[in-house]
Design a protein around this ligand. Structure first.
Ligand code: NAP
Length: 504
């Protein structure tokens, strides 16, 4: 049966509305009215989250794991309705949304098994040494403890996996932190049905209602109030550099500054080394274009730049431009994102030294691919060419020598990923590039493409600024739970007083 959103916020177990409404702007299907968020609702949600904190932080790992599993079940139970409303609101194809739902419930279940295993607590124990001279040593135990209520900003480009019940929410709940989500106005109906699933799971698990709240957007004050609320202790965010930086600065300016775990974009450079290009330039170029244009290029790991020897550039450009011919217009997530893409494309096309390799024409809410070429010297001079254009647009940087390739590598700002395409004979250059790239990126990969982020124990999805605002953290994979935990030492505290988590 079709899902019709009621348009309300979920605040501590109650569906509520304010006096004002905004309308969703679906790519297809009917628009729906949603209640606009307010500063007062943020306050209610944050207070309820703080009220819930003590009991939620004191739950056993098994109780929280059961909650995560229940959320996954409730999402699966609504699968058809989620795909339908999600596809209407975002324009993403049904198959992509089905895959993203699988990833979302997979993340929830992964965190459930992760906390059941208990290793994430990094529990340490230095037993007392009462006879030690000149002073006895006390008994000291270390445990990771939840930090308090966490705010999560839903991302426009992953309406499920990085939104209401996405990786940030799963990690925070697994850690024992209540969550207040600021929904993305690009997919409020999708957010609502996922909030219904979390609400149903919370009731099943008999947890405090303040454990989860969803506030819809429609008003910039909501996001600002969320990060400034004194009871919020950390923020998870995926979005634009400008928006993320503004919210990060607000977090830093608070009387009590809090961590802002923002993921703000990346051009994900690829370095095409000479022997690999000689052996399989065609295949690399085709793979690059497939990765670039997948999902209208709306991935944070989209490979927007490749670097190649000028003498080998024709090998790459011939195959790349041929591959692009088959790519038609794709609907973008929002009109705002499409407008930003069109502006970004025009700015790149007009930049000094930039040569158009593949031109196209897109209008309104669609994206078509563009491919440009620029010399390393022109690229190095122009910071605009270092920035992400969110969509299927790529720039090929040509270098004269391998040393120039190292110079270009050093000039990149922080990245989510960096890729090497190399063969055995490229090893010497690869050995020089790797130490440079590991200082630039959270993930360095060889002979592959950065889109498609595996959700696993060893994944890092983060990197130096501006890829993320916190280079020590990841927003994907089990390590992401560490963002919402704080180590506490318990000195001579009787075992009977320690948190449940202390017992394995
Ligand atoms: P965005 O504009 O940064 O918005 C993300 C969230 O932050 C939204 O909830 C937004 O609220 C809120 N927000 C942004 N600026 C704010 C401010 N100054 N004060 C309070 N709240 C603020 O990102 P977007 O809407 O998803 O997309 C816009 C652009 O972001 C894209 O064109 C693309 O360049 C980039 N983007 C990058 C990635 C990535 O993975 N790197 C992902 C998505 C988007 P409202 O809904 O009220 O505006």
């Amino acid at each position: 049966m079709a899902f019709t959103p009621h348009g309300q916020h979920l605040i501590a177990g109650h569906w509520v509305r304010t006096d004002q409404s905004f309308f969703s702007e679906p790519a297809h299907g009917p628009a729906h009215a949603f209640s606009v968020g307010s500063v007062a609702l943020v306050d209610q949600a944050a207070r309820a989250a703080e009220d819930a904190f003590d009991s939620f932080a004191a739950t056993s790992r098994e109780q929280r794991a059961a909650f995560l599993d229940a959320i996954a079940e409730e999402i699966d139970a609504r699968s058809e309705a989620i795909t339908e409303i999600g596809s209407q609101e975002t324009g993403l194809p049904a198959a992509r949304l089905q895959g993203e739902r699988g990833r979302t419930v997979g993340q929830l279940r992964l965190f459930a098994s992760h906390i059941r295993a208990g290793d994430y607590l990094d529990a340490r124990h230095d037993p007392a040494l009462p006879d030690r001279q000149p002073l006895p040593r006390p008994d000291i135990r270390l445990l990771q403890r939840p930090i308090g209520p966490v705010a999560v900003f839903g991302a426009s480009n992953f309406p499920l996996a990085f939104s209401v019940a996405g990786g940030d929410t799963a990690a925070a709940l697994a850690a024992g932190c209540p969550v207040v989500v600021k929904g993305h106005s690009a997919h409020p109906g999708t957010g609502e049905i996922i909030a219904e699933a979390i609400h149903a799971a919370r009731l099943r698990c008999d947890l405090h209602p303040g454990v989860f709240s969803l506030i819809q957007g429609g008003n910039r004050e909501v996001g600002q109030a969320v990060v400034q609320h004194p009871l919020i202790k950390a923020v998870g965010f995926t979005g634009s550099l400008a928006g993320g930086r503004a919210l990060f600065d607000l977090c830093a300016q608070r009387p009590e500054p809090i961590p802002f775990f923002g993921e703000l974009g990346s051009v994900n450079p690829m370095f095409l080394l000479p022997a690999a290009v000689d052996a399989r330039g065609d295949e690399i170029a085709r793979g690059w274009m497939a990765s670039l244009t997948m999902g209208a290029g709306q991935f944070c790991t989209n490979p927007g730049i490749a670097v190649v020897l000028a003498s080998q550039a024709p090998l790459i450009t011939a195959a790349a431009t041929a591959a692009l011919v088959a790519i038609g217009p794709q609907v973008m997530l929002t009109e705002g994102i499409a407008a930003a893409y069109h502006r970004g494309q025009q700015a790149i096309a007009a930049a000094p030294g930039v040569q158009t390799l593949y031109d196209s024409h897109c209008e309104q809410r669609t994206a078509t691919p563009y491919l440009y070429q620029v010399s390393a010297s022109d690229w190095l001079k122009n910071p605009l060419l270092h920035e992400e254009v969110f969509g299927p647009l790529a720039v090929l940087i040509t270098v004269r020598t391998s040393d120039d390739m190292l110079t270009v590598a050093r000039a990149f700002s922080g990245q989510l990923t960096a890729t090497l395409h190399l063969d055995e004979e490229d090893s010497a250059l690869g050995r020089q590039l790797l130490p440079i790239l590991e200082r630039k990126a959270g993930r360095v990969l060889a002979n592959g493409f950065p889109t498609g982020v595996e959700v696993c124990d060893a994944m890092v999805h983060g990197g130096p600024y501006p890829a993320s605002t916190n280079f020590g953290a990841t927003s994907v994979g089990t390590l992401s739970i560490r963002r919402f935990l704080r180590p506490v030492s318990y000195q001579n505290i009787p075992a009977s007083l320690l948190p449940q988590d202390a017992g394995k």
